[in-house]
Design a protein around this ligand. Structure first.
Ligand SMILES: Cc1cc2nc3c(=O)[nH]c(=O)nc-3n(C[C@H](O)[C@H](O)[C@H](O)COP(=O)(O)O)c2cc1C
Length: 164
């Protein structure tokens, strides 16, 4: 079994940047979830919000098998305080492989407790979590938060190894 898979979905690139950073820190593999929809323009934005709030699932494609990894880190944007339909679809398909998961969600607002609760409701408590404010992504503060996030994942991996 391999250690870490970082899986992301993105519309405008922020989640991909966070996923790149954390996969480097954790020496993990990386995979992108692609949706059947691009969610572009105003109509895309409205559709994105509507489909998230109404808990729809998208048809998706991804490449790597999460069951081959000890920990899967999910990196997702927050849509209308909720879970993007492509991520919801990934979770539905791979729930068994997400028992040990890390969660990085990011949004444009400073306060996103409700969004975090919505993810937790579906997946239970993560091994490590980071709710990022996307205005911080380029800055020192985000590096520190990502390092703290990574430390908790490393700790969990060490414990798993001791128990093997
Ligand atoms: C339909 C829609 C709804 C959104 N709702 C929220 C929200 O409830 N809270 C928030 O902080 N950001 C919200 N955002 C902003 C995105 O979460 C934010 O820009 C994020 O960094 C985008 O990630 P990405 O570049 O990986 O797509 C929303 C964006 C879209 C498209």
């Amino acid at each position: 079994m391999k250690d870490v898979l970082v899986v992301f979905f993105t519309r405008t690139g922020n989640s991909e940047r966070l996923a790149d950073e954390i996969s480097i820190k954790l020496h993990g593999d990386i995979d992108e979830i692609k949706s059947e929809f691009k969610y572009l323009g105003i109509s895309g934005f409205i559709r994105a919000g509507y489909r998230s709030v109404t808990k729809k699932i998208d048809q998706i494609e991804f490449q790597k098998d999460p069951s081959k990894y000890k920990i899967v880190v999910l990196v997702s944007p927050i849509w209308a305080s909720n879970i993007p339909p492509a991520i919801r679809s990934y979770i539905n398909k791979n729930k068994e492989s997400l028992k040990n998961y890390g969660l990085i969600i990011n949004g444009a607002m400073k306060e996103n407790k409700k969004a975090y609760e919505n993810f937790k409701e579906l997946l239970g408590n993560p091994v490590s979590e980071y709710v990022a404010d996307n205005s911080n992504i380029d800055y020192e503060i985000c590096q520190k938060d990502l390092e703290d996030f990574a430390d908790k994942i490393r700790y969990k991996l060490e414990n798993e190894e001791e128990n093997e």
